[in-house]
Write a protein that binds this ligand. Structure first.
Ligand SMILES: Nc1ncnc2c1ncn2[C@@H]1O[C@H](COP(=O)(O)OP(=O)(O)OP(=O)(O)O)[C@@H](O)[C@H]1O
Ligand SMILES: [Mg+2]
Length: 332
């Protein structure tokens, strides 16, 4: 469920004393013009729109964009401009688009004057938690510093609370909470991880929940969505699936969703399958003479099939240097 909570400031009519919205580049007189600025914002929005599914995410980002625009207009009119807490929780399995969306948000917030840099720093427990007293605070502060002006994205954030009271993970949480306050006008924190674990983490750390008013779910993609993602990824690389290849890919995806590991990577699995198919296509074509443009762009069914195991050898995933057998054909 998506929650968007907007905190209204209590400033006077001249505007809030602490606005999260800073002047755009053009307003700072950098020579950049309004047209370029709008174009960059629209480019980010177009990239977001191109992503398959994720309607809740797209809806939230449009809300935030509109909100920021209106606060800026209010600021220009001398009205109170409200602050908006933008720290977020992303819940979803691996490969469901969390990092991609966070990266787009960083770029958007930069163009809209919410962040100065808009970069994404992705970290996990090992990047934040040290091994001796004082080490954790130092490591966590370093990451905060690196992320200043952008987004600090903490993957598998619940692992910070894993070790109980004496674990240094708790100290890392305290440093992060302090950092959120100290840098609140130029840093966004995103805590990400599996849905169940994140829910439990927030339940057992109620103090944190209110600091992250935006919660976004990233559900697993359906077969239809995964197929659309595959076509999108291929189109970006100027490849197409022949009808036979599309049929085969769908079969592979169905089988993976039914029998594969629950956390096997969702859209990332699609990327892996496609990249492997591109290598197989190359291997198929490299021996061929008189290649046409059509040959070069087409992924055929056989590019998605699992190769035969070497003669006389029992099948084992280590026999296939191309990767684990999950993405091979369904002939057994
Ligand atoms: N909705 C989508 N449309 C198109 N491509 C997508 C979509 N979601 C994810 N992808 C692609 O799938 C791949 C995995 O996405 P991403 O790295 O954002 O997932 P993640 O949730 O951060 O995974 P992890 O938790 O493992 O880090 C990327 O190559 C990304 O471009
Ligand atoms: Mg990620």
């Amino acid at each position: 469920m998506r929650k968007l909570q907007v905190k209204f400031g209590t400033g006077n009519a001249k505007g809030s004393s602490r606005s999260l919205i800073r002047p755009l580049q053009r307003e700072r007189g950098s020579g950049d013009n309004e047209f370029n600025n709008r174009r960059r914002v629209e480019a980010v929005m177009a990239e977001l729109d191109k992503m398959v599914g994720l309607e809740n995410v797209k809806g939230l980002i449009k809300e935030l964009k509109a909100f920021i625009e209106i606060q800026r207009r209010r600021q220009l009119e001398g009205l109170v401009s409200s602050t908006n807490t933008l720290h977020m929780i992303f819940k979803g399995n691996p490969g469901t688009g969390k990092s991609t969306v966070a990266r787009l948000m960083g770029r958007l917030f930069k163009e809209m004057g919410v962040l100065t840099q808009g970069h994404l720093i992705e970290v996990e427990r090992a990047d934040l938690v040290g091994e001796y007293i004082g080490h954790t605070a130092h490591k966590a502060r370093e990451q905060l510093k690196k992320a200043l002006g952008g987004i600090l994205f903490i993957d598998e954030a619940y692992s910070l609370a894993r070790g109980g009271e004496k674990d240094f993970g708790r100290e890392a949480i305290d440093v992060l909470v302090k950092g959120m306050e100290d840098y609140r006008d130029n840093l966004i924190l995103i805590l990400a991880g599996y849905k169940e674990e994140m829910d439990y983490f927030l339940e057992t750390n109620p103090g944190l929940r209110s600091r992250f008013p935006i919660q976004l779910d990233f559900p697993d993609y359906s077969i239809t969505e995964l197929m659309a993602i595959a076509r999108l990824m291929l189109a970006e690389k100027q490849y197409i699936l022949t009808p036979g290849a599309a049929e085969e890919l769908e079969k592979i995806l169905r089988r993976e969703i039914l029998f594969g590991h629950r956390y096997n990577g969702n859209a990332r699995m699609v990327r892996n399958i496609i990249e492997r198919a591109m290598r197989r296509q190359a291997l198929r074509l490299v021996k061929k003479k008189n290649l046409t443009r059509q040959d070069l762009i087409s992924i055929e069914r056989e590019d998605l099939l699992r190769p035969d195991p070497p003669a006389g050898k029992k099948e084992n995933e280590n026999d296939f240097p191309g990767g684990p057998p999950i993405c091979y054909n369904n002939s057994q």
